[in-house]
Design a protein around this ligand. Sequence first.
Ligand SMILES: [Zn+2]
Ligand SMILES: [Zn+2]
Length: 488
Amino acid sequence: MVGLAAEEGFYGLEERIAPVRARQAASSRSTENEGGSMSQLQSSWEMHQPSVAYLPDTDMETVAASTSLPDPAGDFDRNVPRICGVCGDRATGFHFNAMTCEGCKGFFRRSMKRKAMFTCPFNGDCKITKDNRRHCQACRLKRCVDIGMMKEFILTDEEVQRKREMILKRKEEEALKESLKPKLSEEQQKVIDILLEAHHKTYDPTYADFTKFRPPVRSNASGRGAARSSSILTQDLSSEDSTDLFGSEAFGTFPEAMEPQMFSNLVLSEENDESSSMNIDFSHLSMLPHLADLVSYSIQKVIGFAKMIPGFRDLAAEDQIALLKSSAIEVIMLRSNQSFTLEDMTWTCGSNDFKYRISDVTQAGHSMDLLEPLVKFQVGLKKLNLHEEEHVLLMAICILSPDRPGVQDTSLVESLQDRLSEILQTYIRCRHPPPGSRLLYAKMIQKLADLRSLNEEHSKQYRCLSFQPEHSMQLTPLVLEVFGNEIS
Ligand SMILES: [Zn+2]
Ligand SMILES: [Zn+2]
């Protein structure tokens, strides 16, 4: 095929002008109105016919054989007007394999379809110009052929028809694909809107209410293991190397090798013979009043949020209570992710007073058995970069778990939860772009599983703490009601 020879000959040139060529081919396609778009063969072939139209006096074989051309860069400048190779009029693109005007394009097509035979009334060497191009059809057609126009590129009526059908079919296929794409229904979108509003009503990102709590008291007792070590821990966690280990890839799981040194040794080095929660020096729980108020406040907000979840209030009161009691701490952990920052591994709720480090929580009676996996959880969740829509859906799904202890109408709770998971999955599929959406739903469900173990560890430590009247008296009635009151 002549195109291949030309391609080889023009290789260097082709590379240099490729962008211009592509643009020309595109414009040629758009002005080719007889068959809609060109065939692929035609357009790709044209891509490899860079200069025939510009070198009207050179025949194809000469051009193809030559390996170098006079510097054509200037001629191919985008700003240089494109000239019809037949008559010199303004060209509209490549037509039937040569750069021509619309007039010569139509003339060539008509002539070929009619299989017209023209005879020159003059000497057979008329010079064709824009103004005289109608005077001699024979020389005009000869010129067309000379510059490379080929009848093979003219579509037959059947081809035109087939092309039209193909375009129509492709459009139909696209419409079908579009209709099969998962879409959030109006109702699902409404649920999301309700949950977003519920969250906005119950989560104040200015944390203005925190000043109403009993004030935080941070003891600087340097001899206390938990406080001292956890600040080292915080530094460790915020350094680049170790944060990578929290990557979402690992689902927030520590590589086994690093766990002992990082946590057990650093934090729990004082006594290892007893359960670590027993290592807490309960006499110095200076942060307990403040954090108890904070948790109590958060429980209220979680209740407020839950009540706005569509369907929640249709549940029996006993089931509402059972769900809230068991999920409250998990939802608090989830929502606290909004204030958690990877920079220094703290929960930053406004001013410095309300910036909570791991050491602050240990001063409220919790040990690293809870805090290590909790921080790991926060880091992993943060790195999922959830949309707010996903964040609120996850909280709602967490609350509406049918397998919580004491739930009577499990099937109703299950149907409510199913509906929410359906919405979450659809949301991720149509609104969360890759790569963030990759396995996102599975990762979120894994977070719910992590929360179960955190919940369990929290209960254990809470029970320990609430056994002691001097500490349980620091708690609020709501906390005692929700988490249990071991004394009474
Ligand atoms: Zn022309
Ligand atoms: Zn003539």
